[in-house]
Design a protein around this ligand. Structure first.
Ligand code: UGA
Length: 432
């Protein structure tokens, strides 16, 4: 089977490489010549654990090109894995997806199955089919299937190779049987449904997880007020299999390229159909407030941030990625700078990306120690292992005023109590 993949971002590249790992010959297409040249020489353009190794291991079955015409003309299956970023109004921007659909229509010379992996609003697969069929240059049959992905950044390769489920949304049997053949060596349950349901499974899954996070964050906020401990509360809840113990980590809200975008897009879609998704709206609102929690907490210790030396640990939206999309630091650091603070920041992989956005207003440090030197306050935005393993005594040794505001509950309170620091975290007692 000849497979092509449009787009070499997180979804496209990981899909292509993992399909090659399962024995398929895959051509990955991207418009960016620089990226294609990098991938041809065995370098992954994105930071994703295990991806580059797997790419190099399967190089004989992987091809990279900007020439979509040749990649698509005789493909049996074409995966669409390009981005669907958020528009100003919260809806999904489908320009890239439709662009690829037009390119496919212009190129294919034999029957083929077009598989939509990008997260697209419900009903988009139908429109993709229309776009392709109305622009076809040759007399061929095209079948469009929805096949959402469930990978998380930072564990994308592992999540794809060991996916929790394979969802196939089709309108006729042929596309379904081709996709079952593509995935025959994957050890995962297969859910076959219609296209709209498959599209909805993706949104409903992400929005439910976002809701779970906003729920636990609200409970954490209440725990702080009434004196309960969110870690114990979440632990106690997690034993109930109907609730589950995953995604109950309270913090400063969800970021990344998926939850913020997918919650807003589904909410927007519901509104468009005159329906209000109240739970999803609440998840979005709670998350917006939660992002600002650390600066709000700092007011307990300083009236203003003006002139303060602030140490920021972690810039990315979560550990294991250099991605800054919707990271809480993107709103918080400019606020600190605006207030006249001197911001020093550390992150093991996110600095280069952050520097592109804020080249001068932040001092970037090579180590946690360097960041903490002489600081009046420290904000923890990302729970990197280096932060979690950091010797708590060093905060008081290095900082001018050892006030640590932890947005990711990196430390056990019992350990913190032994160190001479002020420690304010999420949904837990403040240690003075
Ligand atoms: C998310 C989903 O987890 C994937 O299943 C999905 O396929 C993906 O979106 C997608 O649609 O492409 P991702 O955005 O990479 O994956 O990252 P997550 O690990 O889910 O984390 C998202 C955010 O939620 C992070 O900011 C993280 O810090 C936050 N989070 C997560 C919490 O605040 N608490 C938790 O308990 C879990």
């Amino acid at each position: 089977m000849k497979i092509s993949v449009a787009g070499t971002g997180y979804v496209g590249l990981v899909t292509g490489v993992c399909l090659a790992e399962y024995g398929h010959t895959v051509t990955c297409v991207d418009i960016d010549e620089r990226k294609v040249a990098l991938m041809e020489s065995g370098i992954s353009p994105i930071y994703e654990p295990g991806l580059e190794e797997l790419m190099n291991k399967n190089m004989e079955r992987l091809h990279f090109t900007t020439d979509y015409g040749r990649a698509y003309e005789d493909a049996d299956v074409i995966f669409i894995g390009v981005g669907t970023p958020e528009k100003q109004d919260g809806s999904a921007n489908l320009t890239y997806v439709y662009g690829v659909a037009e390119e496919i229509a212009a190129s294919i010379k034999k029957d083929c199955v077009v598989v939509v992996k990008s997260t697209v609003p419900i009903g988009t697969n139908d429109k993709i089919e229309e776009v392709i069929k109305s622009n076809l240059q040759h007399d061929v049959n095209v079948y469009v299937a929805s096949n959402p992905e469930f990978l998380s950044q930072g564990s994308a390769v592992k999540d794809t190779l060991n996916t929790s489920r394979i969802v196939i949304g089709v309108e006729e049997e042929f596309a379904g049987s081709v996709l079952q053949e593509v995935y025959k060596d994957f050890n995962a349950p297969i859910v076959v449904t219609n296209r709209k349901s498959a599209e909805m499974i993706k949104y409903a899954s992400n929005d439910f997880l976002a809701l779970k996070i906003s729920f636990i964050n609200e409970i954490a906020n209440l725990c702080e007020i009434i004196g309960a401990d969110i870690e114990d509360v979440a632990h106690g809840m997690g034993f109930d299999k109907r609730i589950g113990d995953k995604f109950l980590n309270a913090g400063i809200g969800y970021g990344g390229s998926c939850f913020p975008k997918d919650t807003k897009a589904l909410h927007w879609l519901a509104n468009f159909h005159d329906y209000e998704l109240k739970t999803v709206k609440a998840a979005i609102d709670v998350n917006e407030n939660q992002k600002l929690k650390l600066i709000k907490k700092s007011r307990k210790y300083y009236e203003s941030l003006k002139g303060l030396n602030i140490a920021v640990l972690g810039l990315t939206f979560k550990p294991g990625t250099d991605d800054l999309r919707e990271a809480p630091t993107l709103v918080n650091i400019p606020l600190m700078v605006e207030d006249g603070a001197n911001v020093r920041a550390w992150d093991p992989v996110g600095i280069e990306n952050f520097k592109k956005l804020h080249p001068k207003s932040v001092t970037y440090c090579a180590s946690i120690e360097e960041t903490l030197q002489n600081a009046d306050i420290c904000f923890i935005f990302t729970e990197w292992d280096e932060v979690k393993a950091f010797d708590l005594n060093k905060y008081s040794e290095l900082m001018k005023h050892p006030i640590v505001i932890d947005g990711r509950n990196c430390y056990q309170l019992s350990d913190v109590k032994k160190a001479k620091i002020v420690y304010d975290s999420i949904g837990r007692e403040t240690i003075q």
